[in-house]
Design a binder for this molecule. Structure first.
Ligand SMILES: Cc1cc2nc3c(=O)[nH]c(=O)nc-3n(C[C@H](O)[C@H](O)[C@H](O)COP(=O)(O)OP(=O)(O)OC[C@H]3O[C@@H](n4cnc5c(N)ncnc54)[C@H](O)[C@@H]3O)c2cc1C
Length: 449
């Protein structure tokens, strides 16, 4: 069976590997010159291979980790990813939460109970919330935001500031006041209330394209730099820009999927006929695809004048907006003792600032905060090179009540994949991979591969 995949992000490539395993001939169309989509390597003139954005994986990303391992048996996971038990620590050393190597949920409970920088009463309240959420099967109330959830469990301000708000922003890239409590609880359930290593943090040691997308791409036919304009299903085939395939998996973001699946003339609900069941389900899909809003993430990669090791592989930064201290997390770049990355989630507002002063302010933010934790440690050297990459549509806006399409489409020969499908997760790598695998299985069932 000759199958086309549109989009070589993690969803499209996971599907490509699964369909290849099932015996299909797979052609992947990708607009960019490299594989990986929103999680890809980028060449920088001064710093070599960097990433478009710093990514953190969790031990709970089981399907992703299986795929990486299975595709590259000669490259051990431990070589590709640095794994540490859950550890959240502020750059100035004032806050620290560390999970001991104990079976879940004891590792999380002890981590919360022993957290440094929070009064005992706050730690007990955090613990109580976790226990209550577990007893209620990690179910939020209908249309609840994370902010309302935290209020319902009477979480004190300091605890929200130090723990829940940064965790929510990191997981959902949506501020607590707007973000979906159910998606947040799903992430907590699968990382903190699962196997012991599910809450482990994994940081890639190689660039994201080299982590596995390249290996996946080598197993199929890749058509890079091909922006697909039209995907049209007929009775017995699917045409991709007028080239015929037996089936197609559309693994591009919702705004792009709406464009390729629906005629421009029909890009409004009125333009779609609404009479037959088929027309109604097409109109319903178009409405869902158009219902997404997006949030940006900016990643600043810094190269320093001299070697300098960030005290931990990942540290939380305190923000101070008036001073331009807008970084939220700083990471040590594996195998680069002079490179750091800084993550600025939900970055739209900061992008209006002048870029030079923006970089200087963030460098000062790291320097000042790290200096507080170890007075005798060497200060952070000056910045030699920097690269700011802004992904304007990094993640979908994870608001409560967002209706997300399933992998099945109204056309039996077309399946949908991407982190935006109804995965139960926010915009994350594991959601993309699971979605790709599920979409491939659906095509297999529908076409009896
Ligand atoms: C800066 C940043 C930081 C992030 N941090 C994390 C993190 O720490 N942990 C985590 O789990 N997740 C993180 N994410 C989210 C994660 O990257 C995404 O969930 C995931 O990459 C989505 O994969 P996807 O395959 O669904 O979509 P995409 O990666 O968007 O893939 C779609 C592909 O389709 C291509 N395409 C689009 N239109 C066309 C067309 N018409 N024709 C051909 N090709 C087309 C695109 O070029 C792209 O390659 C982050 C995202 C960003 C941007």
């Amino acid at each position: 069976m000759n199958i086309a995949i549109v989009g070589a992000g993690w969803a499209g490539l996971a599907a490509a590997v699964r369909l290849k395993d099932l015996g299909a001939t797979v052609t992947v169309f990708e607009a960019a010159p490299v594989a990986g989509g929103r999680a890809r390597g980028v060449d920088d003139l001064h710093m070599g291979r960097i990433d478009n954005g710093q990514h953190l994986l969790l031990g709970a990303y089981t399907e992703t980790l299986k795929l990486i391992e299975r595709l590259q048996p000669e490259r051990p996971l431990a070589q590709l990813l640095s794994r540490t038990p859950l550890q959240l620590e502020s750059a100035d050393g004032s806050f620290r939460l560390l999970a001991p190597r104990l079976p879940a949920p004891f590792n999380t409970l002890i981590a919360l109970l022993t957290a440094k920088g929070l009064p005992l009463s706050d730690r007990l309240k955090a613990l109580r919330m976790m226990v209550c959420c577990r007893l209620t099967d990690w179910q939020a109330q209908p249309n609840e935001t994370v902010q309302s959830l935290l209020k319902r469990y009477k979480q004190p301000d300091l605890l929200c500031l130090k723990l829940w708000t940064p965790l929510c922003l990191a997981a959902l890239n949506t501020p607590v006041a707007h973000s979906c409590a159910q998606l947040f609880l799903n992430v907590l359930r699968d990382s903190l209330d699962a196997q012991r290593d599910a809450s482990d943090l994994l940081i890639p040691n190689v660039d994201l394209t080299n982590l596995w997308p390249t290996a996946a791409a080598e197993t199929v036919t890749m058509r890079y730099r091909h922006i697909v304009r039209k995907v049209r299903a007929t009775q017995n085939q699917v045409e991709i820009d007028e080239e015929a395939f037996e089936a197609c998996l559309v693994a591009i973001p919702p705004y792009a999927a709406a464009r390729v699946l629906f005629d421009a003339a029909k890009e409004s609900d009125d333009g779609l006929g609404n009479n037959t069941a088929q027309e109604q389900s097409e109109a319903a899909l178009l409405r869902l695809l158009r219902g997404f809003a997006y949030r940006s993430i900016a990643t600043l990669t810094l190269e320093l004048e001299a070697d300098w090791l960030l005290p931990q592989s990942m540290l939380m930064l305190d923000e101070d907006m008036p001073r331009g201290h807008v970084g939220q997390w700083v990471f040590r770049r594996a195998a680069h003792s002079r490179q750091l990355t800084v993550v600025i989630s939900d970055a739209a507002d900061f992008l209006k600032h002048d870029r030079t002063s923006f970089v200087d302010a963030i460098a000062t933010q790291i320097r000042e905060q790290c200096a507080k934790r170890a007075k005798d440690a060497p200060p952070m050297p000056a910045v030699k090179h920097q690269r700011l990459i802004v992904e304007k549509r990094a993640c979908f806006d994870a608001v409560p009540g967002l209706a997300r399409p399933a992998n099945r489409s109204p056309w039996p020969r077309i399946a949908l994949a991407g982190d935006w499908t109804d995965t139960g997760y926010p915009s994350v790598l594991e959601g993309a991979v699971r979605s790709g695998l599920r979409a491939a299985d659906i095509l297999q069932q529908q076409l009896a591969l």
